[in-house]
Design a protein around this ligand. Sequence first.
Ligand SMILES: [Zn+2]
Length: 409
Amino acid sequence: MPYPRSIDSLWSGATLVTMKEGQYQLIEDGVIAVDQGKIIWIGKREALPDISAQAHHHFDGGIITPGFIDCHTHLVFGGDRSAEFEMRLNGMSYAQIAAQGGGIISTVRHTREADEEELLRSARQRLQHLLHEGVTTVEIKSGYGLDIDNEIKMLRVIRKIGELLPVEVYATCLAAHAVPPEFNGDSDRWVEVVCEQLLPRVAQEKLADAVDAFCEHLAFSPVQTEKVFSAARTLGMPVKLHAEQLSALAGSSLAAQYQALSADHLEYATDADAQAMAAANTVAVLLPGAFYLLREKQQPPVAAFRKHGVPMAVASDANPGTSPALSLRLMLNMACTLFGLTPEEALAGVTLHAAQALGIRESHGSLECGKVANFVHWPVARPAELVYWLGGQLPCTVIYQGEKRDSIF
Ligand SMILES: [Zn+2]
């Protein structure tokens, strides 16, 4: 008799989409047993051992997936860029918009002007959309402060979101996102400040779980990126990278050299990059929202990722400039229609592989014994339906750390 006492809850009546090893691995008429926020047994109802539980929740059909994980967002920022979006579609060029103070610098200005309270309020509003569609874990990056105090302010807000809302939040320091306006293009000097002043403080105050950079000719070079990586690694922080979004700089191979958790975007990644990533277990995070909004033509090398066995994740990249995305399910559809992922690969991209991109694959991302009890019941017949609909809301029941989330919202 392996369960001598009454456990917290049993969940039954649905098909379990376990996502074990990144595949559906369905269990029809399955049961999940939960105790102290963890899955302690999972299997077919007929095989359920003699367990008594405080509560038994029975669904009338449908499916249960792991809680969704959005592993790449920039949800904390001041202002928005809808006016700029309209200007661009009215025929104004990027250069004209930049001359009027638009672009990322306008977000930096608004983020610096906003206090923690205001940043928290607006991020919370945007995050609600993701939570309503089954997100139980989210990563949020800094990178719009671009000076020491404002980067720290952003990271504090990100930490606070995790304390206040029923969602697990992973914070990433993306100070190497753009060159601060007052540095007049002196990117080397900013990289120095980031490596020598900001990152040590972030590490000391435990404000971030990872360090990210934007490796692109209009941001930071591979040499500068390497400086940020080596500072992060010296401080014991894992790295990830915005790489190969607009051009091929072998940033993703560099990321692999530093055992990066993930390299993200990757439209211009090569077969050699994919090989290096596979060897380092670096996840390819695909961001179809930015690809769509920028009307890019170059698709990420999905065939190479498959061939070399690089795990692919899918994320919203929610940000005010290039991906004002408030729906992870829409991103699933876009990853399939724009990049050719299968619905099964797309779902692995917001569950097990997204967990790996955050370094939490051992405890999150699939329905398996011993993992955190974050899962979602959907009243649909098959998992592909989560990927199929364009927009709209699918009602769902979210179980967060073993409890129904609606009741603790
Ligand atoms: Zn991003």
